[in-house]
Design a protein around this ligand. Structure first.
Ligand code: S3P
Length: 189
């Protein structure tokens, strides 16, 4: 497991970037910082960043909450599967996925086969604090967020732990998580 104190200089980042020949797909629970870390990581690598949830919203012309309300979760998961498959085909970008994407067997198999899967992991306190800043997540609307996140963590851990790489992200700056990911990828490749 990689802890949070890494720093890399420009030459090291360039060297690692040149070795990365696949998309990097960030997986993990709501609130771990996949989108923020993903943006940082993409900018370090001079690659495109794509947020799968945003792509789904564009394709559906609705917010994630509206998709859940109007069509239900199954419809959302269907769109999520198709959007992620399309993104992985496109180029070696950095992709942030919604927290449930890697639980889907088809999506998980595709990511594991064609991309570098990075599980961003965090403690529940941090997730509760971060997800509490916005109320846009349909799965956290009905019930106590801590209970829901704890249950989701237990349910999904067996899937997330299949990712090629696991990196911890607690309260430190997201740029550290991004450089930790690069170091972990360098060691894994
Ligand atoms: C979900 C996570 C959300 C979004 C949807 C469902 C989940 O994405 O895809 O609300 O099942 O965990 P974030 O992980 O980016 O919040």
């Amino acid at each position: 497991m990689i802890e949070e104190q890494s720093t890399l200089n420009d030459a090291e980042i360039k060297r690692i970037a040149a070795r990365i020949d696949r998309p990097i797909v960030l997986v993990g629970l709501m609130g771990v910082g996949k989108s923020t870390v993903g943006r940082r990581l993409a900018s370090l690598l001079s690659r495109r960043f794509v947020d799968a949830d945003e792509e789904i919203e564009v394709a559906a012309q609705r917010t994630i909450s509206e998709i859940f309300e109007d069509f239900g979760e199954e419809y959302f998961r269907d769109g999520e599967r198709r959007v992620i498959a399309r993104l992985i085909e496109q180029d070696s970008c950095v992709i942030a996925t919604g927290g449930g994407a890697f639980v889907d067997p088809e999506t998980r198999a595709l990511i594991l086969d064609r991309a570098i899967a990075v599980w961003i992991d965090s403690d529940i306190d941090t997730l509760v604090e971060r997800t509490g800043r916005r109320s846009t997540r349909p799965l956290l609307k009905d019930g106590d967020p801590r209970e829901i996140l704890t249950r989701l963590y237990e349910d999904r851990k067996p899937f997330y732990s299949q990712a090629h790489i696991r990196v911890l992200s607690h309260d430190g700056p997201h740029v550290h998580t991004a450089t930790n990911i690069l170091e972990a990828i360098d060691a894994w490749l």
